[in-house]
Design a protein around this ligand. Sequence first.
Ligand code: TEU
Ligand code: CA
Length: 557
Amino acid sequence: MNRENKDWWKSAVVYQIYPRSFQDSNGDGIGDLKGIIRRLDYLNTLGIDIIWLSPVYDSPNDDNGYDISDYRGIMSEFGTMEDFDLLLQEIHNRGMKLVMDMVVNHTSDEHAWFQEAKKSKDNAYRDYYIWRKGKDSMPPNNWISMFGGTAWEYDEKTEEYYLHLFGKKQPDLNWENEIVRKEVYEIMNWWVKKGVDGFRMDVINFISKVPGLPESADGNGKPYYENGPRIHEYLREMNREVVENNGLVMIGEMPDVCTKDAVLYTNPARKELDMVFSFEHVEVGYGEYGKWSVGPWKLTELKGIFGKWQNELNEEGWNSLYWSNHDQPRAVSRFGDDREEYREVSAKMLAVCLHMMKGTPFIFQGEELGMTNTRFTSIQEHRDIEILTGYKEYCKTGLIPESEFMQAAYEHGRDNARVPVAWDDTVNGGFTDKKPWIKVSDKYKTINVKKNLEAPDSVFYFYKRLIELRHSEKIIVDGDFRMLCEKDEDIFAYTRSLADKTWLIACNFSCYNRKFTIPLEHFDDPGVIIANYTDFTVQSSVIELRPYEAVVLEIHI
Ligand code: TEU
Ligand code: CA
């Protein structure tokens, strides 16, 4: 995969590493860069093309690295810059690429810029951040932070508030200030010169705020900071200053982005981003209190979202495809069936459903093993600032009963993804031989890399096969998408077509047998491209899909 080839990332598969939970190498219970180096051959065996590395920059870890205090330094718990240079070299030696996670909507409050800015109102760095006077000893407006509670923190010394859309230790940068923008581009170019191959831009659609920071009707400030008035100007400037013609892949994480905006962000003619991470599909079943209330969701709703994104970005945009990441629960628990009898077959079904769609697929560490959610028995066991703040804001205030909150954290919480990867069935799944920074899965003896590598029909080898298909079959990268049986509540089926070739993808999202009719005028023997039941055969145009059965057939229409 060569960066000189235009759109090289369109036939790539990305693997996300959350370094804190991947592999500890020095026995402090925390994953690190040397641990990742140790596991690169494993990733090479899987066949992935790009590693997206969650932040490894210097950070006080209030939000596990998404609060950066030095963009040109490596967090000491993760290792040294020499370790990073070796990691990058070893990734490239294996023909893989590295995408860095760049968090520039905000910094840590321990960043030198903020340490200066808070010294006085006329400090040279004051305008790097968003400071406002309060109103009658109240915050400047009623916006609430993404983690709950007010989005403003009062600074006694200078008697002003600063904006933080996330944690109070994550002050928002002022992108209206062109010096800030130049600083950011210099930081990005510093990493480009080191040889990284692209960036995943954290909440990048938050960086342009509506002037005046208007009060919102209900405390939800999103209409005033999501997809703001200068966002496209900033992204085009970033493209000119950093990306222009050097083949970097640019991935924008965009909470609440809609397809209309996504087309503007990813249309190559606009030179902004190559793809965006949307959130619509991972928020099905959210209730009154967002992720902290668990509601039912229907497959027709999920299919409607995927179908819309596939169709509306088909001509002039590009999709990121994912079930999970470090902010989401485990795919098989969220969308599949993590009861042991269905866990692996439903994990494979989800993989077929996603990897046969048009876009760049992302695999979150452990997804290729069929890892499941983990039950945390008390709030004290949790580590995620979003869960801990949510508990304070919704639970301690009596809004949500503790049992309901803990169930929501189990079903939707981010710590599920931060439970360490299990490499084998030794203590802590081989992640560390000391006390891990967060609890390990209670299933590590059965769900681990070693077991997957030893079983020819494991989830791992099934993912490997899907990746091989993406590398060899143009229909997966370029084929047109057409949703089938939109109204069916159990079957997710669609076709991909390229020239005279048509593939039919049919996935049973239920634990029941379900009949599915292949839409053919006349039946002729379709070729089986891949199936998650090893004994799948097709005798007629009506196929009976078993629980979580998924098939890809080459049909002739
Ligand atoms: O996440 C953006 C974000 O809004 C998430 O908090 C997400 O909405 C929520 O957690 C899941 O519903 C990015 C990073 O991926 C996340 O880890 C950081 O906490 C956040 O930005 C702040 O940097
Ligand atoms: Ca370590």
